[in-house]
Design a protein. Structure first.
Lengths: 231, 231
DNA sequence: CCGCACGGTTTGTCCGTCAATCTTCCGGTC
DNA sequence: GACCGGAAGATTGACGGACAAACCGTGCGG
């Protein structure tokens, strides 16, 4: 039992803190895409030494959030519409795989939990819902789904994939009227799962990602056009 | 013009060399799963400083080839049968996605190239074929497939996934008589692609991975049982 | 207006240091 | 002889300085 205590007392090495801080800063947009991330800046920002910062950057690079150009250093990755489309394609199959696995392998308790989160989502006010609450619930939904599919590798890859388009997700969620569509799509997922219909769950998940992608890409392309017109 | 020379003479930073060397050493089995990788060892082995080695290890950690335990350092990841199964599940959907995309988007030249590699595979002697040649051809097949599917993200994720089970692949390829099955499965992939049948290519890819997984997992479980009985 | 040299900045790499922690082994105790 | 505990050695995690090479912006000169 002291072991548990100790694990909590020294929960995370400095490196992890920098990793998480940097990841968070990029995903929330505090560091804009294309922005240069010199060592010095990160050292001061996190109060860490260069070695630690560089190791953290290397990890984020492997996750795709950061791109390093030789002799120029690390930059926040820029997500072009084409790349965003690729992200959604991959996310679609990963999510479908998770849905399929969940339908086959999740426990009755986990199925009930998924239903509970879905109903919480459905209970949100149709428009102008609290963005933070909505995001938290969607996160929870996926958390349950990924836990119940009994495939930690899928869960891990899904997490890194979703980090890459966290910014896009925010914009697609902000689309008024999107919530009801989301809930309807996820309801189909949950119903297929409760019917233990693996193929149905697969299809429902893929359809959900497809329509999320459509909304996000439409908005992204509009922004792109606006930016080009202004610039 | 000297610039071009210089760019080729010093193409890659030391860090990349260590990354690749370490990745290669793990994938070819020169570093066995479960083996401890102390900094000092890697420093001597690659003639690099600790900072460089640690950055490289961090990247391999993100790829899943290395696992770091707190205060114990990096170890070569061990792939349990359950984890191997997960790897194959993910590989299946990634490969299927690539096959689907290839059928839809590859150029005529790329389709011809895929056919060419397939016929080279089919021309190998049915048994006792040169392992190295076989592996090279399979690599080339996937290289063409991933290039032609027009989704670099899938290509990248597929590469890291396949690195994780490189050892297993060697064992599954060594199975006598497996080659003819492999060729037959890949032929179905190529034929679906040439017919521009995206759904068929998807299914053919997934089937191929499924049977590769069956062979590999059967062998892996036998090894596992033998190891337990001996140990 | 173009090109070129210059200086500041940043990267890529190496090295030494140091506390905290883990492993091992040794010796004492029951 | 088995077991417990602590000292010794090794390793990690983290810090900071150092330095050559590469890059960038600036300003000078043609």
């Amino acid at each position: 039992m002291t072991k548990d205590m100790a694990l909590r007392v020294v929960p995370r090495p400095m490196r992890k803190q920098v990793e998480e801080g940097l990841r968070d800063a990029i995903m929330t947009g505090r560091f804009a895409p294309g922005q240069h991330l010199p060592d010095r800046l990160l050292c001061e920002l996190f109060g860490a030494s260069r070695s630690v910062v560089r190791e953290a950057v290397r990890l984020l690079e492997a996750e795709g959030l950061v791109t390093t150009y030789p002799n120029r250093g690390p930059f926040v990755s820029f997500l072009s519409p084409a790349e965003a489309e690729q992200v959604y394609e991959v996310r679609g199959v990963l999510e479908a795989l998770a849905g399929e696995g969940f339908a086959q392998r999740a426990s009755a308790g986990e199925r009930a939990e998924l239903r509970r989160v879905l109903e919480a989502l459905a209970a949100l006010p149709p428009r102008g819902a609290d963005q933070a609450a909505l995001l938290a619930l969607k996160r929870e939904f996926y958390e349950v789904l990924m836990r119940g599919c009994r495939n930690p590798l899928v869960a891990r890859m899904f997490e890194t994939i979703i980090n890459r388009n966290a910014q896009l997700r925010a914009t697609s969620l902000s689309d008024p009227g999107r919530l009801s569509g989301t809930v309807a799509e996820l309801r189909r997922v949950v119903e297929a799962i409760e019917a233990r219909d693996a193929a149905g769950a697969w299809q429902a998940c893929r359809d959900h990602v497809r329509s999320a992608a459509e909304v996000a890409l439409r908005i992204l392309r509009e922004h792109e056009r606006a930016a080009r017109a202004t610039g």
